[in-house]
Write a protein that binds this ligand. Sequence first.
Ligand SMILES: [Zn+2]
Length: 483
Amino acid sequence: MLSNVKETAFEAIDRNKEEIAKIGDSIFHFGELGMQEIETSSLLVQVLRDIGYSVETGISGFSMAFLATYGSGKPVIAVHSEYDALPGGSQIPGFTDEKKQYVPGAPGHAEGHNTNAAAMVGAAFGLKEAIDKHKLTGTIKLFGAPGEEQLVSRPFFVRDGYFKDVNAAFHVHISPEFVATYGIRNNAMMSVEFEFFGKSAHASTAPWMGISAVDGVKLMDIGWDVLREHLQPTQRSHSVITHGGMQPNVVPDYAKIWFFFRETTAEGVRELYTKAKKVAEGACLMTGATYKCTVLSAVWPVWENKVLAEIAQSNMELVGMPRWNEDDHALAKRIQKAAGVKEEGLPKQVTALAPAKRSSGSNDSGDITWVVPHVCIHFPANVPGAKYHHWLAAVAPATPIAHKGEVAAAKALAGSSIDLMTTPQLVVKAKDWFQRELAAMGIQYEPLLPAETKPPLHLNVEEMVKYREQMKEHYVNATIKFK
Ligand SMILES: [Zn+2]
């Protein structure tokens, strides 16, 4: 049954469903890549201040991160969301015939992170209304977390102590389903740049005078690929060469290769990193080059709390699936047809609670989950069969499918937070489960992120500069006013 408190929150969210949709659609059209979410964070900060939250910007040295707070006392409940787009991910909403972009080559929301932020703000408003009207005790802390696709910001927040006084934390993430899970659900990961330094020379008249930094990169890449055969089958590692010289007749004195190393445990990732440094040393021995490596970020796997998952589940069931109409199902089927999967439309039921199936991916919220009970509410704002990081996953996130999903997510998130504020025993129960399971696994959390690592603010600067001016022509420019 719906309590008075939840009724207040849900009613406030419903009353503002158009404003919530405008947030999601605005961010969709900003299409900003990780670490460059300038327009996105400024919009979110402005809206959150407008609805009464006090907002600190630039936390942990990320200019496009924020911490927005409302309420007072215990429990302290954190909600966090990413809002970054993907390279080349731009797509005109609702268009399924082919990949069709507003600006050819531009970044865009091919994973729908725009909807995550909209859901978080919707919940923030519902919670504020409920706290005010029912004089609830508790503090809501909303974290704006840039650069999820580079696995960046949240381990820095944890390292810098932002979760020290938090009692429970929720993540909201787009999905084809309405679902929460518990247990470990993905991989630890480390992002490292290896820079090689050589000596330039005329590549034809005096090549013996030169040392090619690109040769260092090539040999490191080959060396890692050879070593791969002898690594655990659970590892995943991938690289891109981000600097590969300028022109053939100049022996390149600088080159760079960027690796992601993933394993099931933080310890496993540390071992991969140690081996990679040996491979880089080997490449230097062969070529005479030197190298320097810089960790850009490092995250633990995500570990979901069972008690919080049960709370989230009961709220998702209370809210129920969005009421999809014929147009929603028709769009879903067109997306599924284009994806070459079964044309089944949208799911009609909340997915049952179950232990997490472990994926080989990672999310930068991992570290949060080892310092505080945590669960992610995956909400239905995309279409089954539309795989992330493909243009078909960018078709739905600014359509009525997404708008309805954002509202459902906002309510489930607000309802779960209200449960923790009105029934403090649940906070204790979640903490008990956390401590018991941690002891049973024998795991002690130690950040994988090196203490000296600074936010990699350089990521995606050039790519965004290339497209931003043209993308501005397609901004929504909506006035957002919660009532
Ligand atoms: Zn994501």
